[in-house]
Design a binder for this molecule. Structure first.
Ligand code: CMP
Length: 136
């Protein structure tokens, strides 16, 4: 009954040296690493990844941010991995995210919110295929 989720440590998290703390938290929770790669996204991949936000006023800024430097793309696996990681991440708006969560502990701004986690099994399948097309 293992489920997989795509997790990103976004360019702000990498630049601030938070990769280790994010990975430590998800490993401590019991999520297993299935794939990991540090890479800088092209605008094309970024627009595809965030396609559901294309009509939002912040879309251009979001694409600029997410392509601004290297990010760490991870696939994690475990029971209810999608919900489990979203609980670790906390609310999208870091000011509303509970202390003890990744965003609650490390971020202040909604765009620069350190991590991304897939929000449904359908998004996870789409995002994992986009980032790691070779993954079985
Ligand atoms: P994420 O969980 O990756 O999903 C979409 C991203 O868009 C979100 O995290 C934020 O980085 C960003 N985002 C969401 N809402 C806003 C907003 N109101 N203004 C700017 N960026 C946002």
């Amino acid at each position: 009954t293992a489920e997989r989720s795509l997790v990103l440590v976004k360019p702000d998290g990498v630049a601030r040296g938070l990769v280790g703390q994010v990975v430590a938290r998800l490993e401590a929770k019991g999520l297993r690493l299935v794939a990991a790669e540090l890479r800088t996204l092209t605008v094309e991949v970024a627009e595809e990844h965030y396609g559901e936000h294309r009509e939002r006023p912040f879309f251009g800024s979001l694409v600029e941010f997410i392509t601004s430097g290297p990010l760490l793309a991870l696939v994690v696996e475990g029971p209810r991995a999608i919900e489990a990681f979203r609980a670790l991440a906390g609310a999208t708006d870091p000011v509303k995210a509970a202390p003890g969560t990744i965003r609650g502990d490390f971020a202040l701004e909604v765009q620069n919110n350190i991590v991304h986690g897939s929000d449904s099994p359908e998004s996870a399948a789409r995002e994992i295929a986009l980032f790691f097309p070779g993954l079985g």
